[in-house]
Design a binder for this molecule. Sequence first.
Ligand SMILES: Cc1cc2nc3c(=O)[nH]c(=O)nc-3n(C[C@H](O)[C@H](O)[C@H](O)COP(=O)(O)OP(=O)(O)OC[C@H]3O[C@@H](n4cnc5c(N)ncnc54)[C@H](O)[C@@H]3O)c2cc1C
Length: 420
Amino acid sequence: MRSYDVVVLGAGPAGLAAGLSSHKSGAKTLIIEREARTGGILKQCIHDGFGLIKFKQKLSGPEYAERYIKMVHDEDIPVMTSTFVLDVKKEDEIFRLTLINKENGMFDILSRALILANGCRERTAKQVFIHGTRAAGVYTAGTAQYFVNIMGYLPCKRCVILGSGDIGLIMARRLTLEGAEVLGVYEAKPNPSGLSRNIVQCLEDFSIPLHLSHTITRIIGDSRVEAVEICEVDENMTPIIGTEEIIECDGVILSVGLIPENEIAEKLKLKIDNATKGPYVDQNFMTTLNGVFSCGNALHVNDLVDYVSESGEYAGKYAAEYCRQKESRKLIPIKVQKDKFLYAVPQFINKEAENNEVVVYYRSKYVEEKPRVQIKSGNNVLFDKKYRKLKPPEMQRALLKLSKDTVDGLEEVNIIMGEE
Ligand SMILES: Cc1cc2nc3c(=O)[nH]c(=O)nc-3n(C[C@H](O)[C@H](O)[C@H](O)COP(=O)(O)OP(=O)(O)OC[C@H]3O[C@@H](n4cnc5c(N)ncnc54)[C@H](O)[C@@H]3O)c2cc1C
Protein backbone atom coordinates (compact mmCIF):
# COMPACT_ATOMS: atom_id res chain seq x y z
CA MET A 1 0.00 0.00 0.00
CA ARG A 2 1.23 3.47 -0.87
CA SER A 3 2.07 5.61 2.10
CA TYR A 4 2.93 9.30 2.40
CA ASP A 5 3.97 11.79 5.04
CA VAL A 6 1.44 14.40 3.93
CA VAL A 7 -1.67 14.04 1.77
CA VAL A 8 -3.35 17.22 0.59
CA LEU A 9 -7.05 17.09 -0.31
CA GLY A 10 -7.86 19.63 -3.02
CA ALA A 11 -5.67 21.15 -5.73
CA GLY A 12 -6.98 24.70 -5.76
CA PRO A 13 -4.60 27.53 -4.85
CA ALA A 14 -4.60 26.45 -1.16
CA GLY A 15 -3.84 22.80 -1.90
CA LEU A 16 -1.19 23.55 -4.52
CA ALA A 17 0.61 25.94 -2.14
CA ALA A 18 0.28 23.44 0.73
CA GLY A 19 1.62 20.56 -1.36
CA LEU A 20 4.50 22.66 -2.61
CA SER A 21 5.55 23.83 0.83
CA SER A 22 5.14 20.40 2.43
CA HIS A 23 7.32 18.90 -0.32
CA LYS A 24 9.91 21.68 0.03
CA SER A 25 9.98 21.05 3.79
CA GLY A 26 11.07 17.48 3.09
CA ALA A 27 7.80 15.54 3.41
CA LYS A 28 6.75 12.83 0.95
CA THR A 29 3.64 14.53 -0.36
CA LEU A 30 0.63 13.62 -2.49
CA ILE A 31 -2.05 16.01 -3.76
CA ILE A 32 -5.52 14.60 -4.45
CA GLU A 33 -8.07 16.45 -6.60
CA ARG A 34 -11.57 15.25 -7.40
CA GLU A 35 -11.81 17.26 -10.63
CA ALA A 36 -10.03 16.38 -13.85
CA ARG A 37 -7.91 19.54 -13.72
CA THR A 38 -6.05 21.29 -10.94
CA GLY A 39 -6.46 25.01 -10.14
CA GLY A 40 -9.73 24.92 -8.18
CA ILE A 41 -12.20 27.72 -8.65
CA LEU A 42 -9.54 29.88 -10.34
CA LYS A 43 -10.04 27.97 -13.60
CA GLN A 44 -13.32 29.78 -14.18
CA CYS A 45 -12.24 33.23 -12.86
CA ILE A 46 -11.06 34.73 -16.13
CA HIS A 47 -11.18 38.30 -14.83
CA ASP A 48 -8.01 39.88 -13.48
CA GLY A 49 -7.23 41.05 -9.94
CA PHE A 50 -5.44 38.00 -8.59
CA GLY A 51 -1.93 37.99 -7.18
CA LEU A 52 -1.43 41.69 -6.37
CA ILE A 53 0.12 40.82 -3.00
CA LYS A 54 1.85 37.55 -3.88
CA PHE A 55 3.26 38.35 -7.32
CA LYS A 56 2.82 42.18 -7.36
CA GLN A 57 0.98 41.68 -10.62
CA LYS A 58 -2.63 41.77 -11.72
CA LEU A 59 -3.22 38.23 -12.99
CA SER A 60 -6.33 36.41 -14.15
CA GLY A 61 -7.43 33.39 -12.08
CA PRO A 62 -6.06 30.82 -14.59
CA GLU A 63 -2.74 32.73 -14.82
CA TYR A 64 -2.40 32.73 -11.02
CA ALA A 65 -3.23 29.01 -10.81
CA GLU A 66 -0.84 28.23 -13.66
CA ARG A 67 2.11 29.61 -11.68
CA TYR A 68 1.47 27.16 -8.84
CA ILE A 69 0.62 24.28 -11.20
CA LYS A 70 3.98 24.82 -12.89
CA MET A 71 5.86 24.95 -9.56
CA VAL A 72 4.18 21.70 -8.44
CA HIS A 73 4.99 20.11 -11.80
CA ASP A 74 8.62 21.32 -11.73
CA GLU A 75 9.09 19.80 -8.28
CA ASP A 76 7.63 16.50 -9.51
CA ILE A 77 5.06 16.36 -6.73
CA PRO A 78 2.54 13.58 -7.45
CA VAL A 79 -1.00 14.78 -8.12
CA MET A 80 -3.94 12.39 -8.48
CA THR A 81 -6.79 14.03 -10.38
CA SER A 82 -10.34 12.71 -10.90
CA THR A 83 -9.88 10.96 -7.57
CA PHE A 84 -12.62 10.88 -4.93
CA VAL A 85 -12.19 10.39 -1.23
CA LEU A 86 -14.69 7.78 -0.08
CA ASP A 87 -13.55 7.47 3.50
CA VAL A 88 -10.95 8.78 5.96
CA LYS A 89 -10.10 7.12 9.25
CA LYS A 90 -7.46 7.73 11.87
CA GLU A 91 -5.83 4.47 12.95
CA ASP A 92 -3.47 5.18 15.86
CA GLU A 93 -1.14 7.85 14.46
CA ILE A 94 -1.85 7.12 10.76
CA PHE A 95 -4.67 8.19 8.46
CA ARG A 96 -6.16 5.62 6.11
CA LEU A 97 -7.85 7.13 3.06
CA THR A 98 -10.12 5.07 0.84
CA LEU A 99 -10.06 6.55 -2.65
CA ILE A 100 -11.58 5.79 -6.01
CA ASN A 101 -10.43 6.65 -9.52
CA LYS A 102 -10.47 5.24 -13.05
CA GLU A 103 -6.90 3.88 -13.02
CA ASN A 104 -6.96 2.05 -9.68
CA GLY A 105 -10.64 1.47 -8.87
CA MET A 106 -11.13 1.54 -5.11
CA PHE A 107 -7.90 1.60 -3.13
CA ASP A 108 -6.41 2.67 0.21
CA ILE A 109 -3.43 4.88 0.97
CA LEU A 110 -1.84 5.82 4.29
CA SER A 111 -0.63 9.20 5.46
CA ARG A 112 0.88 10.62 8.64
CA ALA A 113 -0.70 14.04 8.17
CA LEU A 114 -3.65 15.38 6.20
CA ILE A 115 -4.25 18.85 4.84
CA LEU A 116 -7.84 19.80 4.10
CA ALA A 117 -7.71 22.28 1.22
CA ASN A 118 -11.06 21.46 -0.30
CA GLY A 119 -12.47 24.97 -0.73
CA CYS A 120 -16.02 26.10 -0.11
CA ARG A 121 -19.54 25.82 -1.52
CA GLU A 122 -22.05 28.46 -2.54
CA ARG A 123 -25.28 28.93 -0.61
CA THR A 124 -28.23 27.85 -2.74
CA ALA A 125 -31.80 29.13 -3.25
CA LYS A 126 -33.01 26.50 -0.80
CA GLN A 127 -30.79 27.93 1.92
CA VAL A 128 -32.18 31.47 1.53
CA PHE A 129 -35.84 30.43 1.60
CA ILE A 130 -37.27 32.22 -1.45
CA HIS A 131 -40.95 31.45 -2.09
CA GLY A 132 -42.26 30.37 -5.46
CA THR A 133 -41.93 27.67 -8.04
CA ARG A 134 -38.79 25.72 -8.83
CA ALA A 135 -38.53 27.22 -12.29
CA ALA A 136 -35.41 26.84 -14.42
CA GLY A 137 -33.23 29.94 -14.59
CA VAL A 138 -32.09 30.18 -10.95
CA TYR A 139 -28.33 29.76 -10.68
CA THR A 140 -25.69 30.35 -8.08
CA ALA A 141 -23.19 32.93 -9.34
CA GLY A 142 -20.44 30.30 -9.55
CA THR A 143 -22.62 28.03 -11.70
CA ALA A 144 -23.49 30.95 -13.99
CA GLN A 145 -19.77 31.73 -14.18
CA TYR A 146 -18.99 28.13 -15.10
CA PHE A 147 -21.64 28.22 -17.86
CA VAL A 148 -20.33 31.47 -19.34
CA ASN A 149 -16.56 31.12 -18.89
CA ILE A 150 -15.99 27.39 -19.27
CA MET A 151 -18.92 26.05 -21.30
CA GLY A 152 -19.61 29.13 -23.41
CA TYR A 153 -23.36 29.27 -22.66
CA LEU A 154 -25.29 32.39 -21.71
CA PRO A 155 -27.65 31.18 -18.96
CA CYS A 156 -30.05 34.17 -19.16
CA LYS A 157 -30.73 37.31 -21.18
CA ARG A 158 -32.42 39.56 -18.63
CA CYS A 159 -31.63 38.83 -15.00
CA VAL A 160 -31.52 40.08 -11.44
CA ILE A 161 -28.82 39.27 -8.94
CA LEU A 162 -29.66 38.48 -5.33
CA GLY A 163 -26.86 39.31 -2.91
CA SER A 164 -23.85 41.53 -3.38
CA GLY A 165 -21.09 38.98 -2.80
CA ASP A 166 -18.01 39.30 -4.99
CA ILE A 167 -18.93 36.45 -7.34
CA GLY A 168 -22.32 38.08 -8.02
CA LEU A 169 -20.70 41.45 -8.70
CA ILE A 170 -18.18 39.88 -11.06
CA MET A 171 -20.98 38.01 -12.81
CA ALA A 172 -23.02 41.23 -13.18
CA ARG A 173 -20.16 42.63 -15.26
CA ARG A 174 -19.46 39.37 -17.07
CA LEU A 175 -23.09 38.83 -18.12
CA THR A 176 -23.32 42.46 -19.28
CA LEU A 177 -20.18 42.05 -21.39
CA GLU A 178 -21.69 38.92 -22.92
CA GLY A 179 -24.85 40.81 -23.93
CA ALA A 180 -27.27 40.02 -21.10
CA GLU A 181 -29.21 42.77 -19.37
CA VAL A 182 -28.56 42.88 -15.63
CA LEU A 183 -31.48 44.76 -14.14
CA GLY A 184 -30.05 45.21 -10.68
CA VAL A 185 -28.32 43.72 -7.69
CA TYR A 186 -30.56 43.31 -4.62
CA GLU A 187 -28.91 43.11 -1.22
CA ALA A 188 -30.86 42.58 2.00
CA LYS A 189 -28.19 44.15 4.20
CA PRO A 190 -27.72 47.92 4.40
CA ASN A 191 -24.10 47.54 3.18
CA PRO A 192 -22.64 45.62 0.24
CA SER A 193 -21.09 42.20 0.96
CA GLY A 194 -18.47 42.45 -1.79
CA LEU A 195 -15.20 44.35 -2.01
CA SER A 196 -15.41 48.10 -2.78
CA ARG A 197 -13.23 47.65 -5.87
CA ASN A 198 -15.81 45.21 -7.27
CA ILE A 199 -18.72 47.58 -6.54
CA VAL A 200 -16.95 50.27 -8.58
CA GLN A 201 -15.48 48.15 -11.39
CA CYS A 202 -18.37 45.71 -11.84
CA LEU A 203 -21.50 47.78 -11.08
CA GLU A 204 -20.82 51.51 -11.20
CA ASP A 205 -18.67 51.34 -14.37
CA PHE A 206 -21.52 49.47 -16.10
CA SER A 207 -24.40 51.53 -14.61
CA ILE A 208 -25.88 48.46 -12.92
CA PRO A 209 -27.99 49.62 -9.94
CA LEU A 210 -27.30 48.27 -6.45
CA HIS A 211 -30.42 48.20 -4.25
CA LEU A 212 -29.42 47.86 -0.61
CA SER A 213 -32.00 46.73 2.00
CA HIS A 214 -33.94 44.87 -0.72
CA THR A 215 -34.58 41.20 -1.31
CA ILE A 216 -36.37 38.80 -3.63
CA THR A 217 -39.50 37.48 -1.91
CA ARG A 218 -40.90 35.33 -4.73
CA ILE A 219 -39.84 33.67 -7.93
CA ILE A 220 -42.61 33.65 -10.54
CA GLY A 221 -42.71 31.28 -13.50
CA ASP A 222 -43.71 27.80 -14.39
CA SER A 223 -41.04 25.90 -16.26
CA ARG A 224 -38.77 28.97 -16.57
CA VAL A 225 -38.36 32.12 -14.43
CA GLU A 226 -40.68 34.83 -15.80
CA ALA A 227 -40.42 37.44 -13.06
CA VAL A 228 -39.41 38.03 -9.47
CA GLU A 229 -41.09 39.91 -6.65
CA ILE A 230 -38.76 42.39 -4.96
CA CYS A 231 -39.37 43.93 -1.53
CA GLU A 232 -37.66 46.47 0.66
CA VAL A 233 -36.61 45.04 4.05
CA ASP A 234 -36.43 46.64 7.49
CA GLU A 235 -33.44 46.58 9.84
CA ASN A 236 -34.34 43.00 10.86
CA MET A 237 -34.33 42.03 7.17
CA THR A 238 -38.10 41.48 7.28
CA PRO A 239 -39.86 42.43 4.02
CA ILE A 240 -41.90 45.63 4.34
CA ILE A 241 -45.49 45.05 3.22
CA GLY A 242 -46.57 47.46 0.50
CA THR A 243 -43.09 47.79 -1.09
CA GLU A 244 -43.54 44.76 -3.42
CA GLU A 245 -42.51 45.25 -7.03
CA ILE A 246 -42.65 42.72 -9.88
CA ILE A 247 -39.67 42.64 -12.23
CA GLU A 248 -39.84 40.63 -15.44
CA CYS A 249 -36.73 38.57 -16.05
CA ASP A 250 -35.60 35.15 -17.24
CA GLY A 251 -32.85 34.53 -14.71
CA VAL A 252 -31.99 34.91 -11.03
CA ILE A 253 -28.35 34.78 -10.02
CA LEU A 254 -27.67 34.08 -6.36
CA SER A 255 -24.62 35.48 -4.64
CA VAL A 256 -25.63 34.91 -1.06
CA GLY A 257 -22.51 33.58 0.58
CA LEU A 258 -19.99 30.80 0.66
CA ILE A 259 -19.60 28.06 3.24
CA PRO A 260 -16.42 26.02 3.77
CA GLU A 261 -16.85 22.52 2.47
CA ASN A 262 -16.39 20.41 5.58
CA GLU A 263 -17.77 16.94 4.96
CA ILE A 264 -14.37 15.39 5.57
CA ALA A 265 -13.81 17.63 8.59
CA GLU A 266 -17.11 16.37 10.01
CA LYS A 267 -16.21 12.78 9.23
CA LEU A 268 -13.03 13.26 11.24
CA LYS A 269 -15.12 14.89 14.00
CA LEU A 270 -13.08 18.11 13.94
CA LYS A 271 -14.47 20.93 16.03
CA ILE A 272 -16.11 23.45 13.69
CA ASP A 273 -16.21 27.17 14.44
CA ASN A 274 -19.79 28.44 14.13
CA ALA A 275 -18.55 31.83 12.94
CA THR A 276 -16.32 30.62 10.10
CA LYS A 277 -18.06 27.27 9.47
CA GLY A 278 -14.55 25.84 9.08
CA PRO A 279 -12.46 23.88 11.60
CA TYR A 280 -10.79 25.48 14.60
CA VAL A 281 -7.03 25.70 14.10
CA ASP A 282 -3.93 26.82 15.98
CA GLN A 283 -1.12 29.03 14.63
CA ASN A 284 0.27 26.04 12.70
CA PHE A 285 -3.10 25.57 10.96
CA MET A 286 -3.54 22.27 12.82
CA THR A 287 -7.16 21.47 13.67
CA THR A 288 -8.43 19.97 16.92
CA LEU A 289 -7.35 16.52 15.68
CA ASN A 290 -3.57 16.03 15.78
CA GLY A 291 -2.17 15.60 12.28
CA VAL A 292 -5.08 17.24 10.43
CA PHE A 293 -4.44 20.70 8.99
CA SER A 294 -6.78 23.08 7.17
CA CYS A 295 -6.18 26.04 4.85
CA GLY A 296 -7.72 28.28 2.17
CA ASN A 297 -11.48 28.55 1.80
CA ALA A 298 -11.99 25.21 3.56
CA LEU A 299 -10.81 26.96 6.73
CA HIS A 300 -12.64 30.28 6.28
CA VAL A 301 -13.80 32.22 3.24
CA ASN A 302 -10.93 34.47 2.18
CA ASP A 303 -11.34 37.68 0.18
CA LEU A 304 -8.06 37.38 -1.73
CA VAL A 305 -6.39 34.35 -3.22
CA ASP A 306 -2.99 35.61 -2.01
CA TYR A 307 -4.02 34.87 1.60
CA VAL A 308 -5.37 31.49 0.48
CA SER A 309 -1.92 30.59 -0.86
CA GLU A 310 -0.27 31.97 2.28
CA SER A 311 -2.38 29.76 4.54
CA GLY A 312 -1.57 26.78 2.28
CA GLU A 313 2.14 27.51 2.59
CA TYR A 314 1.94 27.56 6.39
CA ALA A 315 -0.23 24.43 6.57
CA GLY A 316 2.20 22.54 4.28
CA LYS A 317 5.26 23.61 6.23
CA TYR A 318 3.82 22.71 9.63
CA ALA A 319 2.27 19.44 8.42
CA ALA A 320 5.76 18.41 7.26
CA GLU A 321 7.21 19.52 10.61
CA TYR A 322 4.52 17.54 12.45
CA CYS A 323 5.65 14.38 10.63
CA ARG A 324 9.24 14.95 11.76
CA GLN A 325 8.53 15.80 15.35
CA LYS A 326 5.20 15.68 17.12
CA GLU A 327 4.72 18.49 19.60
CA SER A 328 2.43 18.29 22.58
CA ARG A 329 -0.33 20.87 22.62
CA LYS A 330 -1.43 23.41 25.16
CA LEU A 331 -4.03 25.57 23.44
CA ILE A 332 -4.70 29.16 24.48
CA PRO A 333 -7.87 30.66 22.93
CA ILE A 334 -7.85 33.74 20.73
CA LYS A 335 -11.15 35.48 21.37
CA VAL A 336 -12.73 38.34 19.44
CA GLN A 337 -14.88 41.10 20.87
CA LYS A 338 -18.17 39.61 19.67
CA ASP A 339 -20.04 42.86 19.02
CA LYS A 340 -17.20 44.19 16.84
CA PHE A 341 -15.77 41.24 14.92
CA LEU A 342 -17.23 38.44 12.83
CA TYR A 343 -14.36 36.08 13.57
CA ALA A 344 -10.63 35.55 13.82
CA VAL A 345 -8.47 32.67 12.57
CA PRO A 346 -6.57 30.93 14.15
CA GLN A 347 -8.78 30.41 17.15
CA PHE A 348 -5.91 29.07 19.29
CA ILE A 349 -2.24 29.51 19.99
CA ASN A 350 -0.41 26.32 20.88
CA LYS A 351 1.99 27.34 23.65
CA GLU A 352 4.04 24.19 23.14
CA ALA A 353 4.67 24.84 19.44
CA GLU A 354 8.11 25.97 18.37
CA ASN A 355 6.53 28.45 16.01
CA ASN A 356 5.99 31.79 17.75
CA GLU A 357 5.04 33.64 14.57
CA VAL A 358 1.26 33.89 14.50
CA VAL A 359 -0.65 35.22 11.50
CA VAL A 360 -4.14 36.28 12.55
CA TYR A 361 -6.86 36.91 9.95
CA TYR A 362 -9.96 38.75 11.11
CA ARG A 363 -13.04 40.60 9.86
CA SER A 364 -15.00 43.40 11.49
CA LYS A 365 -18.71 42.84 12.02
CA TYR A 366 -19.80 46.27 10.79
CA VAL A 367 -18.41 49.16 8.76
CA GLU A 368 -16.25 51.05 11.27
CA GLU A 369 -14.80 54.54 10.79
CA LYS A 370 -11.30 55.16 12.20
CA PRO A 371 -11.18 52.10 14.48
CA ARG A 372 -8.16 50.94 16.43
CA VAL A 373 -7.61 47.21 16.67
CA GLN A 374 -5.53 45.75 19.46
CA ILE A 375 -4.55 42.16 20.13
CA LYS A 376 -3.83 41.78 23.82
CA SER A 377 -3.01 39.19 26.39
CA GLY A 378 -3.90 40.72 29.74
CA ASN A 379 -2.22 44.14 29.64
CA ASN A 380 0.38 42.99 27.15
CA VAL A 381 -0.32 44.57 23.73
CA LEU A 382 0.77 42.17 20.98
CA PHE A 383 -0.58 44.19 18.03
CA ASP A 384 -1.94 47.69 17.68
CA LYS A 385 -3.19 49.27 14.47
CA LYS A 386 -5.31 52.26 13.54
CA TYR A 387 -7.42 51.93 10.41
CA ARG A 388 -9.13 54.59 8.32
CA LYS A 389 -12.05 52.25 7.83
CA LEU A 390 -12.89 48.61 8.37
CA LYS A 391 -15.50 46.77 6.33
CA PRO A 392 -16.74 43.19 6.82
CA PRO A 393 -15.96 42.09 3.22
CA GLU A 394 -12.31 43.11 3.62
CA MET A 395 -10.32 40.58 5.61
CA GLN A 396 -7.48 41.95 7.75
CA ARG A 397 -4.19 40.32 8.63
CA ALA A 398 -1.97 40.81 11.66
CA LEU A 399 1.45 39.24 12.05
CA LEU A 400 2.45 38.60 15.67
CA LYS A 401 6.12 37.87 16.20
CA LEU A 402 6.11 36.68 19.77
CA SER A 403 9.07 35.87 21.98
CA LYS A 404 9.18 32.53 23.77
CA ASP A 405 8.70 34.39 27.09
CA THR A 406 5.59 36.14 25.76
CA VAL A 407 4.12 32.84 24.58
CA ASP A 408 4.93 31.20 27.93
CA GLY A 409 3.05 33.99 29.70
CA LEU A 410 -0.08 33.82 27.53
CA GLU A 411 -3.32 32.97 29.28
CA GLU A 412 -5.89 34.13 26.76
CA VAL A 413 -5.57 36.40 23.73
CA ASN A 414 -8.24 39.01 22.99
CA ILE A 415 -8.87 41.01 19.83
CA ILE A 416 -10.59 44.23 20.72
CA MET A 417 -11.68 47.36 18.90
CA GLY A 418 -11.67 50.89 20.19
CA GLU A 419 -11.71 54.38 18.72
CA GLU A 420 -8.57 56.07 17.49
C1 LIG B 1 -16.10 34.03 -8.76
C2 LIG B 1 -14.92 34.28 -7.89
C3 LIG B 1 -14.19 35.43 -8.08
C4 LIG B 1 -13.06 35.66 -7.30
N1 LIG B 1 -12.33 36.79 -7.55
C5 LIG B 1 -11.15 36.97 -6.88
C6 LIG B 1 -10.28 38.07 -7.22
O1 LIG B 1 -10.57 38.89 -8.08
N2 LIG B 1 -9.11 38.18 -6.54
C7 LIG B 1 -8.75 37.28 -5.58
O2 LIG B 1 -7.66 37.39 -5.01
N3 LIG B 1 -9.57 36.25 -5.22
C8 LIG B 1 -10.76 36.06 -5.86
N4 LIG B 1 -11.56 35.00 -5.54
C9 LIG B 1 -11.21 34.16 -4.41
C10 LIG B 1 -10.28 33.01 -4.72
O3 LIG B 1 -10.52 32.52 -5.99
C11 LIG B 1 -10.53 31.91 -3.74
O4 LIG B 1 -10.34 32.47 -2.48
C12 LIG B 1 -9.58 30.72 -3.94
O5 LIG B 1 -9.75 30.16 -5.22
C13 LIG B 1 -9.85 29.64 -2.89
O6 LIG B 1 -8.90 28.63 -3.03
P1 LIG B 1 -9.04 27.19 -2.37
O7 LIG B 1 -7.90 26.40 -2.86
O8 LIG B 1 -9.25 27.32 -0.91
O9 LIG B 1 -10.42 26.62 -2.94
P2 LIG B 1 -10.85 26.22 -4.42
O10 LIG B 1 -10.26 27.12 -5.44
O11 LIG B 1 -12.32 26.09 -4.37
O12 LIG B 1 -10.19 24.76 -4.59
C14 LIG B 1 -10.63 23.63 -3.85
C15 LIG B 1 -10.34 22.39 -4.65
O13 LIG B 1 -10.59 21.25 -3.84
C16 LIG B 1 -11.22 20.25 -4.60
N5 LIG B 1 -11.90 19.35 -3.67
C17 LIG B 1 -12.96 19.61 -2.88
N6 LIG B 1 -13.28 18.54 -2.13
C18 LIG B 1 -12.38 17.58 -2.43
C19 LIG B 1 -12.17 16.25 -1.99
N7 LIG B 1 -12.95 15.69 -1.08
N8 LIG B 1 -11.15 15.55 -2.52
C20 LIG B 1 -10.37 16.10 -3.47
N9 LIG B 1 -10.52 17.36 -3.95
C21 LIG B 1 -11.50 18.09 -3.42
C22 LIG B 1 -12.13 21.03 -5.52
O14 LIG B 1 -12.50 20.28 -6.65
C23 LIG B 1 -11.24 22.23 -5.88
O15 LIG B 1 -10.46 21.99 -7.00
C24 LIG B 1 -12.70 34.74 -6.29
C25 LIG B 1 -13.47 33.57 -6.08
C26 LIG B 1 -14.57 33.34 -6.88
C27 LIG B 1 -15.38 32.06 -6.64
